[in-house]
Design a protein around this ligand. Structure first.
Ligand SMILES: NC(=O)c1ccc[n+]([C@@H]2O[C@H](COP(=O)([O-])OP(=O)(O)OC[C@H]3O[C@@H](n4cnc5c(N)ncnc54)[C@H](O)[C@@H]3O)[C@@H](O)[C@H]2O)c1
Length: 387
């Protein structure tokens, strides 16, 4: 007998679609007992929300998120709205005993993230933050390789997350889809939007970041606000570079911008250790590159003219998540990262061993994001306090 998992989705934009797709496909691909039921979607525009509900199969529409968090027929509140709304919705959802799934970045700042973490932990409700890149099979394989000790002592971690969609000064700030340029809705620019992903991945693979120093830049300092129609100062960081020291003693560099002409969602990382290296590039998401330093193999000296990087096509059933999909050599896509994350969350509920990243884990990422912004302002090294 399947158990219902009744979903209240808040927001019907990019993430509303990505999450709804995951709910609809879960039982097709993963052998879990729970069956998502798309109970309600919330958006402030009734017509648009109703069209979304018809398209994706939600039973009803709400225009105030409070109706979702307090509804008796909702088990999971899923927050897919701009960053400035996460705090109120998550706190109220936890207060009503709902499971809470929240988009990244968890909050506008560490204070909010701490309170949200306390709220879900005190309520004892399952919770997760959608840092979906952990669920790319190639990135999950990197984690496996690192945990198997194949990289050895870590020296370097290098991440980039580059886009190019805000170069024109004519792009307004605020309102639908462009809330990312409005500091009051987003909290920060590329630091919270893009580097939060890079930081979550980095700390998952290489452990906590202890301290950072940073430089941020706002290339276009005034933009029309889409809601007021007035020209207003831009408060977000358009680009951010930071240096990091990890608790394990390794060094990190992180670079993010929305001004890298030609780069659309260029999310890469490389990690170098004593025994090997891994490299990932989201533009070739099914590949993980791995270099293994070996002097001997099967008792024979390794011939150095034959050494080199391996480009692993992560489509074998032995690779993370891939036994749920197709035959070796066939790929999965961006949308599956959300499906894999949801499956992990549901399996966590069923096994009683909660999945990661939960709110507490996302709080650590928030600490690094805040420290980066503070370091850029001060022009100094800042301790993150991340664990
Ligand atoms: N995990 C990822 O890779 C990823 C990717 C994109 C966005 N995000 C995150 O997801 C969240 C949403 O981003 P998006 O790209 O889907 O944005 P979006 O602009 O496409 O959609 C936002 C939705 O929220 C709704 N909304 C705004 N304020 C609301 C309110 N007060 N009450 C109810 N609904 C409200 C809007 O109507 C819209 O439907 C953000 O926190 C963002 O950082 C994560």
């Amino acid at each position: 007998m399947s158990k219902e998992l009744r979903i209240g989705m808040i927001g019907y934009g990019f993430m509303g679609r990505a999450h709804s797709n995951a709910y609809k496909r879960l039982n097709d691909f993963f052998p879990v007992e729970h069956r998502p039921v798309l109970k309600a979607v919330c958006g402030r525009n009734t017509e648009k929300a109703a069209a979304f509900a018809r398209n994706w199969g939600y039973e009803r529409v709400e225009t105030d998120w409070r109706a979702i968090v307090s509804a008796k027929d909702i088990d999971v509140v899923d927050i897919g709205t701009p960053n400035d709304t996460h705090f109120d919705i998550a706190i109220e959802a936890a207060r009503h005993g709902k499971m809470v799934l929240c988009e990244k970045p968890l909050a506008m700042n560490v204070q909010q993230a701490e309170e949200m973490t306390r709220a879900v932990e005190m309520a004892g409700v399952p919770n997760m933050v959608w840092f979906n890149y952990r669920r790319v099979p190639a990135i999950a394989l990197a984690k496996q390789i690192i945990d198997e000790g194949r990289i050895g002592k870590s020296f370097h971690y290098r991440a980039t997350y580059l886009q190019d969609w805000t170069i024109s000064p004519d792009v307004p700030q605020g309102g639908a889809a462009l809330w990312r340029l409005d500091v009051n809705a987003a909290g920060s620019g590329v630091t919270g939007d893009l580097l939060a992903h890079s930081i979550d991945t980095a700390m998952w693979l290489n452990g906590p970041i202890k301290r950072v120093t940073a430089m941020t830049k706002t290339f276009v300092t005034e933009r029309v606000h889409a809601v007021t129609g007035e020209v207003a100062p831009v408060g977000i960081d358009d680009a951010c570079m930071f240096l990091a020291e990890f608790a394990n003693g390794s060094m990190g560099t992180f670079e993010s911008t929305r001004y890298a002409r030609g780069r659309k969602n260029f999310n890469t990382f490389e990690m170098n250790g004593e025994a090997g290296s891994v490299y990932f590039d989201l533009e070739e998401p099914e590949y993980l590159q791995f270099f293994e330093y070996q002097q001997q193999q099967s008792g024979k000296k390794v011939e150095s003219h034959l050494t080199g990087w391996r480009k692993i096509h992560t489509t074998n059933s032995e690779h993370p998540y891939m036994n749920r999909y197709w035959v070796p050599g066939t790929c999965i896509g961006y949308e599956h990262t959300f499906l894999n994350a949801l499956a992990d969350f549901v399996m966590g509920i069923e096994s009683g061993s909660p999945t990661q990243p939960d709110f507490r884990s996302a709080l650590q990422t928030q600490k690094v994001c805040d420290a980066v912004i503070e370091a850029a302002k001060k022009g100094a090294w800042v301790e993150t306090g991340a664990e």
